[in-house]
Design a protein around this ligand. Structure first.
Ligand SMILES: Cc1ncc(COP(=O)(O)O)c(C=O)c1O
Length: 375
């Protein structure tokens, strides 16, 4: 009998395959098509001929751990201990899986805010814990009343994703204050904060859990170098958590991965001395603005986008098909792949919205816009 009877192939895989089959422009899966910084690829090329091919320590390459601590301190003024509070993971996905396996028990509840990224559910189900899915408001702000109602004595973890995929929404100061007040009543709840788009925010600055004094003792913060350095295929990320949580997480990590790809860890460690993440927000803000301008004359209505490299668009004035069918037709008839937002909801809520990834070179965006404006 299947342990995950209701988990199928992810919508990202389905849409990417369809995009390839129909030779469509693929704005569905979230990956950039920019060339990686030559400074980074030069480091990798050099390292490939050096003695860097064996296992590294379980928690991560020591210089990389120190540089992650420096990055967190420079970005959020939080001081963390490299040896005990950081774990380098094979991407954020493995970090999230590992943290859930290590920290949540069978029959406990994990609160997930929908629309939600798809990698939270399976690790919860695999340990016979219960996912409790709570919809955000239709403007994608958290509905704190609904959230509070869903929290119970069984709740072990709340997962937040900020900046948010798929909606591009970011948490406000007031959201954090409400969350802090709520969590104060439940000392056992762990907060898992997926911040893989932490350096991609626009008009409003991203507020990280790293900077929330009241949350640090109970939080696992998830980051990904894939999103920050255009290297999603390298699958290198990291977790930051207080030592008592990290100790448990490392117990699982050592038998799941043991240690992450050595060349990539060493290369990123060296690269962190050469690069700043400060420009990333500006870079993607220009992309977002260009993407939106290109679609100005289209019939799509573009929703606000505060961060990430995703743009949500309404096709309500074009069609009343459900969003999955609309996305399929978009590929087949117009040669552009997007992601239907209903697939991010447990209840399949269909608001006639789809998600485009604008982490693409301008030529790709221009061609895609030409096709979308023809609809
Ligand atoms: C919100 C969110 N979390 C986690 C991940 C996974 O990141 P990684 O590729 O580092 O595993 C993604 C990737 O798209 C994401 O959008």
């Amino acid at each position: 009998m299947s342990k995950l009877p209701n988990i199928g192939t992810s919508i990202f895989t389905i849409m990417s395959k369809m995009a390839a089959d129909y030779n469509a422009i693929n704005l569905s899966q979230g990956f950039p098509n920019f060339r990686v910084d030559e400074k980074l690829t030069d480091i990798v090329a050099r390292l490939a001929k050096e003695e860097v091919h064996q296992y590294l320590p379980m928690s991560g390459y020591q210089p990389l751990l120190s540089k992650i601590a420096r990055l967190v301190q420079n970005s959020y003024s939080r001081i963390i201990l490299p040896e005990t509070e950081i774990l380098v993971t094979a991407g954020a996905t493995q970090g999230i899986f590992t943290a859930i396996q290590a920290l949540v028990n069978a029959d406990e509840e994990v609160l997930i805010l929908d629309p939600s990224y798809d990698c939270y559910l399976a690790p919860v189900l695999l340990i016979n814990a219960k996912p409790v899915r709570v919809n955000l408001n239709d403007d994608y702000t958290p509905n704190w009343e609904r959230i509070e109602k869903a929290v119970s004595s069984k709740t072990k973890m709340i997962i937040i994703n900020n900046p948010h995929n798929p909606t591009g929404k970011i948490f406000t100061e007031s959201d954090f204050q409400t969350l802090e007040a709520l969590l104060q009543k439940y000392p056992e709840i762990i907060l898992l904060s997926d911040e893989v788009y932490e350096f991609i925010s626009f008009e409003h600055q991203h507020i990280s859990v790293h900077s929330r004094e009241k949350l640090l003792h109970r939080s696992v913060v998830v980051s990904s170098f894939g999103k920050s350095f255009h290297i999603t295929g390298w699958k290198v990320g990291y977790l930051v958590a207080p030592e008592y949580l990290m100790k448990e997480i490392k117990k699982v990590h050592q038998f799941l991965v043991f240690s992450v790809n050595s060349i990539c860890q060493i290369a990123i460690s060296e690269y962190l001395d050469l690069v700043s993440v400060d420009e990333l927000g500006k870079f993607y803000q220009e992309k977002r603005d260009y993407f939106r301008k290109l679609l100005e004359t289209s019939r799509f209505e573009l929703m606000p986008c505060e961060g990430t490299y995703f743009q949500v668009a309404s096709y309500a004035s074009i069609s009343d098909e459900n969003d999955v069918d609309f996305c399929k037709r978009l590929i087949i008839e117009y040669g552009v792949a997007a992601i239907p937002i209903s697939t991010f909801y447990a209840d399949g809520k269909d608001l006639k919205l789809i998600r485009f990834c604008f982490a693409k070179d301008n030529k790709t965006l221009e061609e895609e816009a030409k096709r979308l404006c023809a609809i």
